[in-house]
Design a protein around this ligand. Structure first.
Ligand code: ATR
Length: 278
């Protein structure tokens, strides 16, 4: 019998996840279906309950429900979901529901595998201190990169940096590169980074992030977690000689990680990324 999966969000019609999982299923010969479901804003838990009753095996969760999914799966969370305080993948077992977060693993896989960019020892600027930044900060640190956090609201950057610093002492998988934070974008003048990741939502409103022009080290990678169009950050990076990445590869990689959690099979991502780009 075909195992059923879905992605839950609101809005959801734009989601590429059904197409991605269809391609994964064809490639690996897994007999699954995958659909997009719009849950009412006050109806996330009820929607998940319905899917479980109907025999679905799991679902992905996207905006604005990742924190609700975290609360829903509170009794059985992966370490990385606990750290991110957000869940994007639910696996339905008979009695229990596992909550996981594959966003950070997806970002790291895209940067290292698809862009052949080694994170170990690199100077990384993580812009933003909202849910997206919290979701990827620790997986980045686990790769041995030197992180600086910067955010429009300084206090939030400080809070994330302190959290990461504490994690060094509680999590043996993190190498001891002390994370730092910047007091604001203007404080970055004179500094250079090998990797700059945009985890802010500034691109949604086409807002510019006030980065100083000399910020990119030679050979730097500029990574925007958004995809679909060039954001002001991507344009700025391109004009200042950096290699530019959008978030499409991360989207496919985080989906591959979810597919692996559900099916125990790891699909190849490169052909799927290529198919989505055409
Ligand atoms: P998400 O879950 O997508 O991270 P969020 O939690 O609302 O969404 O966080 C949005 C992030 O983008 C925040 O870090 C926000 O900065 P503030 O903490 O100062 O609000 C950042 N952001 C949004 N618009 C921005 C802009 N125009 N310039 C710089 N940063 C911006």
């Amino acid at each position: 019998m075909t195992d059923r999966y879905a992605v839950i969000g609101n809005p959801i019609s734009h989601s590429k996840s059904p197409q991605i999982h269809k391609l994964f299923a064809e490639q690996t010969g897994q007999d699954i279906s995958y659909e997009a479901i719009a849950a009412p804003l006050d109806g996330f838990a009820a929607t998940v309950e319905r899917l479980r009753k109907e025999g679905y095996k799991g679902c992905n969760v996207t905006v604005p429900f990742k924190f609700e999914a975290f609360k829903y799966a509170q009794l059985n969370l992966s370490d990385r979901a606990q750290v991110a305080k957000a869940v994007n993948t639910l696996k339905f077992n008979d009695e229990t529901v596992l909550g996981d977060n594959t966003d950070g693993a997806g970002l790291v896989a895209d940067i290292e595998r698809n862009f052949c960019f080694v994170l170990q020892g690199k100077r990384t600027l993580l812009m933003g201190a909202g849910g997206a930044a919290w979701g990827v900060a620790l997986p980045l640190m686990e790769k041995g990169t030197h992180i600086t956090i910067v955010n429009r609201t300084e206090d939030k950057a400080f809070e994330l940096a302190v959290f990461l610093q504490r994690s060094i002492f509680t999590n043996h998988t993190i190498q001891r590169n002390t994370p730092t934070f910047s007091k604001g974008y203007s404080e970055l003048a004179g500094k250079q980074f090998d990797l700059i990741i945009n985890a802010t939502s500034a691109g949604l409103t086409d807002s510019e992030i006030p980065l100083p022009s000399g910020i990119f080290a030679p050979g730097a990678l500029a990574y925007d977690m958004m995809y679909g169009r060039e954001t002001p950050f991507m344009k700025f990076a391109r004009e200042h000689g950096a290699q530019v990445a959008d978030g499409l590869g991360m989207l496919v990689e985080q989906a591959a990680e979810a597919f692996y959690i559900w099916r125990g099979v790891r699909p190849e991502t490169a052909p799927v990324i290529a198919a989505l780009r055409t």
